[in-house]
Design a protein around this ligand. Structure first.
Ligand code: BEZ
Length: 203
């Protein structure tokens, strides 16, 4: 575990993330003194980074799966009709493909605010395509945050996504963009692709 970010959920992380995680994440000092750090993106960061980066590389993390299990009432939904966005859930042996961005610590402040609805900073090992490895920061919304929705049948997830929209746009567009970005990376993600297919067929 790196100092200053959370260890794996359930292994000494915070008791619970409230509705606003900005202050908690500001207290996480890992990487603060680094000139640059790797940030692993697996959700909206795959198609909408919104910050400058020094370098961007496809990468994987092991032991986590991407799931549309986090509620969004501030970006892709509302309090009355929350959308569903990606988080990572622990899955021993699973490999999750994403993009690693090399950024300066200054970029984290804006990300903490943008992703304030339940996402906490963790550190994980990332593997690049040349098989080299490094530590990376990753934002994860665990089941202990107030906006977590958890699992549901694929068709129910798709119906919820189809009905939701927020300040950042339609939840449907989020899922379609995510699926497109994953294909561009050559990533197989049966969960996201199943929701995408259900959205396209309207089931
Ligand atoms: C991501 O795309 O990796 C991401 C998702 C939620 C919060 C922050 C980052």
């Amino acid at each position: 575990m790196s100092q200053g970010t959370h260890s794996r959920p359930g292994a000494g992380g915070p008791a619970a993330a409230g509705a606003d995680t900005v202050a908690v994440n500001r207290g996480m000092r890992a990487f603060d003194d680094a000139e640059s750090l790797w940030l692993f993106g697996y959700g909206s960061l795959l198609f909408k980074a919104g910050f400058p980066s020094l370098e961007r590389r496809p990468a994987t993390i092991t032991g986590w799966s991407r799931r549309l299990w986090q509620g969004s009432h501030d970006h892709r939904g509302t309090l009355e009709a929350p959308g569903r966005v990606a988080t990572l859930v622990q899955a021993p042996g699973a490999v999750c493909t994403g993009l690693a961005y090399r950024i300066t610590p200054a970029s984290l402040e804006a990300l903490d605010v943008r992703e304030k609805n339940g996402y906490l900073r963790f550190t994980e090992a990332v593997t690049f395509r040349d098989a080299s490895r490094d530590r990376a920061l990753v934002y994860i919304a665990t089941e202990r945050n107030a906006a977590f929705l958890g699992p549901a049948p694929i068709e129910a997830i798709a119906r919820q996504v189809a009905a939701a929209a927020g300040p950042s746009g339609a939840n449907r567009d989020y899922v379609l963009e995510l699926a497109r970005a994953l294909r561009e990376l050559g990533a197989d993600d049966p969960h996201v692709f199943a929701v995408e297919a259900a959205l396209r067929t309207g089931t």
